[in-house]
Design a protein around this ligand. Structure first.
Ligand code: SIN
Length: 323
């Protein structure tokens, strides 16, 4: 068996595979389909202070490759999450990360404060990047100062590790990565969905009520990979990759560009059991390549002209044979 466990930012994951927020319920809904002892961790659907009904239908539609969503952060609010979900996830044999969202800085701060006393929750992922609220303007995801302000205030409200989930819908994601690192983020999740849309030329009907929404699935992997790489080479804090991950090979690619763990999102809609099988697939790939420890891959990309690869955030050095 190759070693698959990764440790970063105070988290110890048995393998680098996490569910992506919004694609796996809060996790507990899937326990009849997945053996959680084979999963690195579960990231919840975004939780907000008050319940949200979400956007009007249609709020999800298929495209030629992948799909568009504009759910609008539908959820039952923090009160119901603490009452109904947290006790259930406490029994899950894996790490649990709560994704939090808000419309103003104080919303994030209050959520962080309320979750801080919950031992079942190992970390917070701060959703700075939902494209389907606030008219798609992405205020926290596009302005480094606003992103930093949220992270700084959330850090002040919790002792748990704080991860900033960034958007690919910016011209220079490294500016955001540097800003949230300076504000105290323990890590970065790169990335949320890519803004997109669909229209029927015969009827003029858009695919989504909100017209534009978040595009996800295998087609966005090259975009997500590039964003994750830009983040990883710009900061010292760990990066969690996300976007278009469909198989174990994709996970190892994200690790090669510098990610310490990787989230599986849209693939779970077609195959909810996938996330529980990836551990075995990762092991087979690593064993086949003669690599004994998945951490050897973190940051192992060979950039032409670069003197050395960026040292991985993990303490394991990158041996030449591991590339
Ligand atoms: C949504 O609920 O609209 C999607 C969440 C997200 O993309 O952050």
């Amino acid at each position: 068996m190759a070693r698959l466990s990764v440790d970063f930012s105070g988290l110890s994951l048995r393998n680098p595979v996490l569910s992506a927020s919004g694609t796996f319920g809060h996790g507990v809904e899937m326990q009849h389909m997945v053996d959680f002892s084979r999963v690195g961790g579960l990231v919840s659907k975004t939780v907000t202070l008050k319940p949200r009904p979400g956007n009007p239908l249609p709020r999800i539609c298929e495209t030629e490759a992948g799909f568009l969503n504009s759910i609008g952060l539908e959820n039952r609010g923090i009160e119901a999450y603490l009452r109904d979900v947290v006790p259930a996830v406490a029994a899950a044999d894996t790490v649990v990360i709560t994704n939090i969202g808000g419309e103003k800085v104080e919303d994030f701060v209050e959520l962080a404060r309320l979750l801080d006393s919950q031992p079942a929750i190992s970390a917070l992922e701060v959703n700075l990047s939902c494209p389907n609220v606030q008219e798609g303007k992405l205020p926290f995801a596009t302005d480094p100062q606003m992103a930093a302000r949220v992270i700084e205030r959330v850090r002040g409200a919790t002792s748990k590790p704080v991860f900033a989930k960034l958007s690919p819908n910016v011209s220079r994601i490294s500016d955001l990565a540097v800003a949230v690192e300076a504000a105290g983020a323990h890590g970065i999740t790169a990335v949320n969905t890519v803004l997109g849309m669909k229209v029927d030329w015969r009827t003029g009907q858009p695919g989504l009520h909100t017209v534009q929404g978040g595009y996800s699935g295998t087609a966005i992997k090259p975009i997500a990979l590039r964003c994750a790489w830009e983040c990883a080479r710009s900061v010292r804090i760990p990066v969690i990759g996300c976007g278009g991950v469909m198989c174990a090979t994709d996970i190892l690619e994200f690790m090669a560009v510098g990610c310490s763990a990787v989230q599986v999102g849209t693939a779970s809609f077609g195959d909810p059991g996938l996330i529980g099988r990836l551990e075995q697939e990762l092991n087979s790939l690593l064993e086949g390549a003669g690599i004994g420890d998945v951490r050897q891959l973190i940051g192992s990309i060979r950039v032409p002209g670069a003197a050395t690869a960026k040292p991985a955030c993990s303490t394991v050095p990158v041996p030449a044979s591991g590339r």
